[in-house]
Design a protein around this ligand. Structure first.
Ligand code: PMP
Length: 360
């Protein structure tokens, strides 16, 4: 067997060993693509008009997306410098990690959680400290607090947790914050906040109002607002912490299109939230149907459901694929199924019903 070609330039060993971010499988034309927690609805006409109105693409966008920042600040009742816009919330996670953690430092997060966390930590040079989820697929905040050392610089918490679904409750989070040293950053990743229907879920805005300068709350226009293809998300937190994140940002990565579409989406918020209500109702129907079939589905508070299929995961994902549903498998653990088009629900249930009979 011949040796693979050596990399022609010297790459940091940790990076050479790091796989690039992998997207789910592409969907066949008649399949439902339920692998990336996307919003199944087309953009609203107002959003399309706003995109068409951006014509001066020979000019750079506004570096701080000031209009969007001011609009969000007004909506949330905070100052504009307490808001930071990024090219998707994933870029804000990267910025916050690299602003706080480097070689010799530790970043704590639950596992399994959002699959981008490990590689973003690796790129920063810090070490990942992964704390297993509980039996019912929730964050084990007590164990996460116990794992804090004097090298801990950053803690990532995800509510609702991607890919498993449950939220962190407000009392759990309030207690957790008191156990975290004030110079350690807590990133509260609320990418799916708008889909939450559980009344005792943590609300990042309430946490910030309670005055925790070491917490940054992240939200995105990719999920509930259906702008995943445009890449725009935001962080809310203490201006000095966000200044540090801004210093690590790749300049000018939020496009004028992204900013205008986000503003138009906020104008259409009421209509978009009606769609969100349809998706959450569909999610609850799907989760209930799966439970009736005998699946143990953890509390689903995002726009997706989780099936813990363990060693059968790849076979289960293939069965869905063959039936015209693209899901996201996590080998050895489970499959995540996004809540998509109305017509996809019956198809998912039909396949899940026949798969569950074949499982040991
Ligand atoms: N956080 C979580 C938990 C996610 O699931 C995702 C997207 N899958 C993101 C952040 C990033 O979303 P975006 O960059 O599109 O805002």
């Amino acid at each position: 067997m011949s040796e693979p070609d050596p990399i022609p330039v010297r790459v940091r060993p940790a990076i050479a060993a790091l796989p690039a971010y992998k997207q789910g499988r592409q969907a066949a034309p008649d399949a439902f693509k339920l692998s990336s927690n996307e919003n199944p609805y087309d953009p609203l006409p107002g959003v399309v008009d706003a995109l068409r109105a951006v014509t001066a693409v020979n000019r750079y966008p506004d570096a701080s997306a000031a209009r969007l920042r001011e609009r969000l600040a007004a909506d949330y009742g905070v100052s504009p410098d307490a808001v930071h816009i990024g090219a998707g919330s994933v870029s804000l996670i990267a910025q916050l990690i690299s602003a706080t953690a480097g070689p010799g430092d530790e970043v704590i997060y639950a596992w399994r959680s959002f699959e981008a966390y490990p590689s973003l930590v690796e790129v920063s040079g810090a070490a990942s400290v992964r704390i297993p989820l509980t039996e019912d697929a929730r964050h084990d905040l007590a164990a996460m607090a116990d794992a804090i050392t004097d090298r801990t610089r950053t803690i990532l918490v995800c509510s609702p947790n991607n890919p498993t679904g449950p939220v962190i409750t407000q009392p759990e989070f309030d207690d957790f914050v008191t156990r975290v040293p004030r110079d350690v950053l807590i990133v509260l990743d609320e990418a799916y906040a708008e889909f939450v229907t559980s009344p005792d879920a943590v609300d990042g805005l309430r946490v910030l109002q309670a005055g925790h300068p070491n917490v940054v709350v992240l939200r995105t226009f990719s999920k509930a607002y259906g702008l995943a293809g445009l890449r725009v998300g935001y962080g809310i937190g203490h201006p000095r912490v966000l200044d540090a994140a801004r210093s690590t940002a790749i300049p000018l990565s939020v496009t004028a299109h992204a900013e205008e579409a986000a503003l138009a989406s906020l104008d259409a918020r009421a209509e978009l939230l009606e769609r969100v209500a349809e998706i959450t109702a569909r999610r609850d129907t799907l989760a209930a149907g799966l439970r009736d079939q005998g699946w143990r589905v953890p509390d689903a508070q995002g726009n997706f459901v989780w099936l813990a299929t363990g060693p059968d995961t790849l076979a289960v994902a293939d069965a869905f694929h063959d039936g015209g549903i693209v899901v996201r498998p996590f080998a050895g653990e489970g499959v995540r199924i996004s809540v998509g088009e109305h017509e996809s629900v019956d198809r998912v249930l039909r396949i899940a019903g026949s798969v569950v009979e074949d499982l040991p």
